[in-house]
Write a protein that binds this ligand. Structure first.
Ligand code: NAD
Ligand code: LMR
Length: 333
């Protein structure tokens, strides 16, 4: 029988952690495969985490082989195959995600070291905690034994929001839309781009740009997607959790099982050495990617309009700025 999948969720008693734990325990990442959940929390939240473990037990999931619940990184990160790095402070109304750099940066410095010391060398790391791109960069920088290929940050939520918005405009379900792209930072400067997206309408595949007005796609659509996180905070008084957990599961499933032929998704990854689309190395940037046998590859050669070029530059500049602030504050080189 194959080894169980050891999956770490940090911040497991928080909103997103709670939404993730049950789906992962129920085998959603790799159907049929046994799972051992590693749940990390800060010491004051251990009581609440115990309640989550009780509930997980009471589900009697056939796939759940064990649960390790702890406030110790050396226990939580031991031999893990997948890490959902969620635990950190969410923003409140009126804040930008970058305002969280000071509060959250140190968490990812410590956890980068723990990944390096205790996780499997093949570990797949998804950073969800904000500002996700720069936190992933911090973790990568402090994990001396791992490589860039181990690290990603989440823009799948923005990707899914884009699929859903286009589907709603065209009055189809979201599965009929594919190949939207989120470029850059998971922030207000992100670039939701549908210039390569297609939709299945009445059995025919057509370009989204042939069906929806260009002014809308470059205007209200971009603002709606990039400001959606803030709109949810305003409406709920809390940041997105169910949809964030869903996107995190989508992201890791794609990483494990690959993309479908002809399809790409958005993932934030350390910029590869060949600097696709002219984006300089040294930041974690969201690109259109395909995944085969666990290897993430940027889709290169897509046309870049003048409009897109300007927006890519703005989101890249923002990431370079976040990097300087974080590395300065944390004493990283
Ligand atoms: P939450 O406050 O409900 O939960 C966070 C949990 O993390 C808490 O239980 C807290 O005790 C725990 N925690 C704090 N420091 C920790 C540490 N050092 N180790 C382990 N656990 C720790 O927050 P939430 O709503 O679950 O959001 C978590 C993070 O995810 C936030 O930073 C939020 O902004 C971010 N987020 C990102 C996306 C995305 O698309 N990338 C989407 C939604 C939310
Ligand atoms: C989101 O996009 O919903 C999250 O990043 C939460 C936030 O702060 O917007």
């Amino acid at each position: 029988m194959s080894e169980p999948l050891r999956v770490l969720i940090t911040g497991a008693a928080g909103q997103i952690g709670y939404a993730l734990a049950f789906r992962i325990a129920n085998g959603e990442l790799s159907p049929g495969k046994k799972v051992i959940l590693h749940l990390l929390e800060i010491t004051p939240a251990l009581g609440s985490l115990e309640g989550v473990v009780m509930e997980l037990t009471d589900c009697a999931f056939p796939t759940l082989q064990g649960v390790v619940a702890t406030d110790k990184v050396e226990v939580a990160f031991k031999d893990i195959d997948v890490a959902f790095l969620v635990g950190s402070m969410p923003r409140k109304e009126g804040m930008d995600r970058a305002d969280l750099l000071k509060a959250n940066g140190n968490i990812f410095k410590v956890q980068g070291e723990a990944l390096s010391n205790y996780a499997k060398p093949t570990v797949k790391v998804l950073v969800v905690g904000n500002p996700a791109n720069t936190n992933a960069l911090i973790a990568l920088t402090t994990s001396s034994k791992l490589s860039a290929a181990n690290f990603t940050a989440m823009t799948r939520l923005d990707h899914n929001r884009s699929l859903a918005e286009i589907a709603s405009q065209l009055k189809v379900t979201a599965d009929k839309v594919k190949n939207v792209i989120i470029w850059g930072n998971h922030s207000n400067t992100q670039v939701p781009d549908v210039s390569n997206a297609v939709v299945e309408l009445d059995g025919k595949t057509v370009k989204v740009t042939e069906k929806i007005d260009e002014a809308y796609l470059k205007g209200d659509f971009v603002s709606k997607i990039s400001l959606r996180g803030g709109a949810i905070i305003k409406a709920r008084g809390l940041s997105s959790a169910g949809s964030a957990a869903n996107a995190a599961i989508d992201h890791v499933k794609t990483w494990i099982h690959g993309t479908k032929p002809g399809e790409f998704v958005s993932m934030a990854i350390p910029v590869p050495a060949n600097q696709p689309y002219g984006i300089k190395t040294g930041v974690v940037f969201s690109f259109p990617v395909t995944v085969t046998n666990g290897v993430i590859k940027v889709v290169e050669g897509l046309p870049v309009s003048e409009w897109l070029q300007g927006k890519l530059k703005a989101t890249e500049d923002e990431l370079q700025g976040e990097r300087s602030t974080a590395f300065g504050a944390l004493g990283l080189a």
